[in-house]
Design a protein around this ligand. Sequence first.
Ligand code: GDP
Ligand code: IMO
Ligand code: MG
Length: 423
Amino acid sequence: MNTIITGLQWGDEGKGKIVDYLTESADVVIRGQGGNNAGHTVIANGTKYVLHLLPSGILWDSKINVISNGVVIDPIGLVSEIERIESQGISITPKKLIISDRAHVVMPFHKELDAAREASLGDRKIGTTKRGIGPAYADKINRCGLRMADLFDRAFAEAQITHRVAEANEILKRYDLETFDAAKVIDEVYTAFARLSPHVTNTIPALHAAWKSGKKLLFEGAQGTLLDIDFGTYPFVTSSNTTAGGSCTGSGLPPTAIDAVIGVCKAYTTRVGSGPFPTGDEGLSTYLHDLGREFGATTGRPRGCGWLDTVLLRFACMVNGVTGLAVTNVDGLDAYETLQICTGYLVDGTTHTLPPADRSAWDRATPIYESMPGWTCDTTACKDFASLPAQAKAYLARLSELCGAPIAFVGVGPDRTQTLVAN
Ligand code: GDP
Ligand code: IMO
Ligand code: MG
């Protein structure tokens, strides 16, 4: 069984935790898109791990982890992540982690260009993670990016970096921002590459060999459907296809290799960065922040929180072909007496049950809510689906009905053990 794990909201749905849980019965875990804008939290055996570029399967000794061609890799960021995770007692060897030679490189100047663009947008800024993701993907599409394979040809890479640094400096000067010294950039990139190069290989034959020999593949999506460059709340999106198809183009494994798509969502909605958020709710945000929850794993920013939005989820289930839902953070609603579920948006008197494409329509969208009784008890100690309170089961059943996909897993806490299998 080869499974894609994909986010159904605006990221941070708990994908890392679900991937980690499913890794036990998988052989290979693959990150197929995004970069270190992702922050995936796994809590296992009392230790918290935050992963940005490393697939969450890295925490399991016997699994193979792949950073495949669709990912953009900040080599300096990846080395510091490897060192941090190794300092937590996890070994990262070339046998355990392979990196695609086709993956594009995020350069230090991409991060600065990201920040410059944000500054120039003023109050229309995207609220990016400033990890250089947009500029790196732009170079990829613009056919002037550098790939991991290019770093093996030092003369070529040095010339390319020198040229791109000069171009980037022109832009940075316009904003009175600090410019880059090409020799220093080359030195930093190659210092990091020395640690990474033993991992870099053509990952496509390795993945096909695993597939053909019946190994179980698990694709770890990053970000979420509403951040997808095609399907998200454009322009307030990231720069890759975060939806299930991105796992195929991002890895070189074809759609025929995929058996299941698990869509991960929270029992409510969160988002970081700018952009529309019709069900955002200050009361719920304050409540969750006061509990110490919903701060970004990558940037530490407080996430905006809101009620469950099934307009988004319905659409996300469609475009991802979700075969099962993993609903996390059910315990986040434990104390609420009455819960709201958004079933549609009212825009200029018309009801929308799918998200509009027109960006101005988002600003005029009013959520249509239905209420459900909360369960007002602690679910964190529930050991199986059957022991969930009846109101929680009813809430999940309604969610499933409105989205058109069955519930597969339920999260009642951040720990590896707090994942329940629905039946
Ligand atoms: P990801 O980016 O989709 O992997 O999600 P993040 O790790 O950025 O954010 C999800 C947050 O929710 C993390 O702090 C997780 O530890 C936490 N989490 C995941 N599932 C659950 C759950 O079922 N209950 C609780 N309380 N926390 C959860
Ligand atoms: P995971 O994998 C939540 C958001 C940023 C911003 C927008 C564009 O942990 O779910 P970018 O830096 O990608 O150009 O920023 O996308 N964003 C995320 N939000 N979770 C993520 O990843 C995100 N990755 C990017 O906040 O709104
Ligand atoms: Mg995250």
